[in-house]
Design a binder for this molecule. Structure first.
Ligand code: SF4
Length: 97
């Protein structure tokens, strides 16, 4: 079992404060500069695990996934509609990074 799956089981099944990082969370975190652009998913998960308050892990995880699926999509992020555009250092970037 990898770290993402383990964190999912702990968060969703056992209600423990763990922060899974899937492809959407990872992409949005990098674009927003929350983690270094070269951070891998394991490093991103460790960073969120250390810095996010326990009671914010579930809602932040869910909101980052939703944002990544609906707005900050992999191929064509909808930056003009993004509520985070004034904070985002990568506004307008259309690559999948
Ligand atoms: S401004 Fe664009 S790149 Fe930045 S978080 Fe929003 S959708 Fe993603």
């Amino acid at each position: 079992m990898g770290p993402k799956t383990a964190a999912c089981v702990l968060l969703f099944s056992l209600d423990r404060p763990f922060f899974p990082v899937d492809t959407h969370v990872h992409r949005v975190a990098k674009r927003l500069g929350l983690v270094p652009a070269r951070a891998d998913a394991v490093a991103t998960q460790a960073s969120f695990q250390e810095s996010v308050a326990d009671d914010e892990m579930y809602p932040l995880h869910m909101n980052l996934i939703r944002h990544g699926r609906e707005v900050c999509t992999a191929e064509r992020p909808r930056c003009s509609e993004c509520v985070l555009r004034d904070l985002c250092p990568r506004i307008g970037v259309t690559s999948s990074r």
